[in-house]
Design a protein around this ligand. Structure first.
Ligand SMILES: C=C(OP(=O)(O)O)C(=O)O
Ligand SMILES: [Mg+2]
Length: 426
């Protein structure tokens, strides 16, 4: 028997892809295994997410240091976990949740808790000698996700005068993950040439997508369409499109209006926003809209789901915050038909699995997601396969923080070889 008992728990402050401090945990097991895990960080965060603990000392890193979270791992979490079995994830996560004791992990910090939760899983998998995806998902974990690649970045992720946050290409018609990735990368390079020729700018946003000087969803989708065709692919056959409107950022709650502040200062009531989505989905092969309405606009979400839920995937991100309580409400009220899975929104691996189980039981699709602030840690690549999510969004193709996930998926595809399945049916 491998000795997977925890010998030592360490932590440190490292930097994320935006140059902001974040937490890395390091765990040593009795058998000599050592593993690390780094937590990501969002920018367009849902207000019900688990709390990311920051030091708030404005004179250092703009108040974003995480020494308190690091200290909580070293002083409060480590003594409780030494001697416990890293292979018992549910027990470790239960200890972490109880030690924190709050509803939103605000005592120890979700960044402290998640770093340890992920690191424990990685250490146990390594000690036992199985790939992480197999350790987490067992022999059923065989689905390589379709990459939803965010090629145009707007919203709070870039300076482009675009209000919707993400314009993604979806290589659903590819025969394998590897080929889907190639389709996506070729379209990315073609888009760069087009943007250069049109003098629209080839600078990038937080997730590595371009941040061109365009100001409407139609312009963005026209560019994606042009790049797709020029790269030799067929829109609606090889390649489909997806949006993350991140509509919480646009919503003025008091007046129940969506304001497109970055572009034309257009103001739309929820019903007009639904119409805009309908028009876009009729004009382009759009298959998925994330956060089409704001996290607190449940009425708007209902309208959206009633009208477009039959033909489009409607993904709840800020709406559900990977939390089974919010998802339960969504299921009851028949809102959305898919859920975005971001581990740091809820704070432990066990809770993430519980939310996914509830979603699957109720016919909601799963999309595993990065955050806009990422690191070299590829954990979510393994997680996407472990959950048979069938879909992952992890940005564009020119930042190592995003490519670490894509490259890990290539490795996993190689391990699974002929057993690998690509994506899910829409
Ligand atoms: C990835 C996203 O951005 P962030 O991490 O800033 O919430 C998102 O909104 O889906
Ligand atoms: Mg989102």
């Amino acid at each position: 028997m491998t000795n997977t008992l925890i010998r030592k728990v360490l932590a440190r402050q490292v930097l994320d892809s935006r140059g902001n401090p974040t937490v890395e945990a390091e765990i040593h097991l009795e058998n000599g295994t050592c593993a690390t895990a780094i937590v990501p960080s969002g920018a367009s965060t849902g207000s019900h997410e688990a709390l990311e603990l920051r030091d708030n000392n404005k004179s250092r890193y703009g108040g974003k240091e995480v020494w308190n979270a690091v200290g909580n791992i070293k002083k409060r979490i480590a003594p409780e976990l030494v001697g416990k079995d890293a292979a018992n994830q549910a027990e470790i996560d239960r200890i972490l949740i109880e030690l924190d004791g709050s509803k939103n992990k605000s005592v120890l910090g979700a960044n402290a808790i998640l770093a340890v939760s992920l690191c424990v899983a990685r250490a146990a998998a390594k000690a036992i000698g199985v790939p992480l995806f197999k350790y987490l998902g067992g022999s059923q974990a065989i689905t390589l996700p379709i990459p939803f690649a965010n090629l145009i970045n707007g919203g709070v992720h870039s300076d482009a005068p675009l209000d919707f946050q993400e314009f993604m290409i979806v290589p659903k018609g590819a025969p394998s993950f590897k080929e889907g990735l190639r389709y996506g990368v070729e379209i990315f390079h073609t888009l760069k040439t087009i943007l250069h020729e049109k003098r629209l700018g080839t600078g990038i946003g937080d997730e590595g997508g371009f941040a061109p000087s365009i100001s409407s969803a139609t312009q963005a989708l026209d560019l994606l369409l042009e790049a797709t065709e020029k790269a030799g692919y067929s829109p609606g056959k090889d390649i489909f499109y997806a949006l993350d409107a991140a509509a919480t950022e646009l919503y003025e709650e008091g007046v129940k209006i969506y304001v497109f502040k970055k572009s034309q200062n257009i103001k739309l009531p929820p019903s007009h926003l639904v119409e805009l989505y309908r028009e876009l989905s009729q004009k382009y092969p759009l298959i998925s809209i994330e956060d089409g309405m704001a996290e607190n606009d449940w009425e708007g979400w209902k309208q959206l789901t009633q009208q477009l839920g039959g033909t489009l995937q409607l993904v709840g991100d800020d709406l559900f915050v990977t939390n089974k309580e919010f998802l339960k409400k969504g299921i009851e009220e028949k809102v959305a038909n898919a859920i975005l899975i971001k581990v740091n929104q809820v704070g432990t691996l066990t809770e993430t699995f519980q939310t996914v189980e509830l979603a699957k039981k109720n016919g909601y699709r799963i999309m595993v997601s990065h955050r806009s602030g990422e690191s070299e840690d590829p954990f979510i690549a393994d997680l996407a396969v472990a959950l048979n999510a069938g879909q992952i969004k992890t940005g564009s193709f020119c930042r190592s923080d995003r490519l670490s996930k894509y490259n890990q998926l290539l490795r996993i595809e190689e391990v699974l070889a002929d057993n690998a399945i690509y994506g899910t049916e829409f």
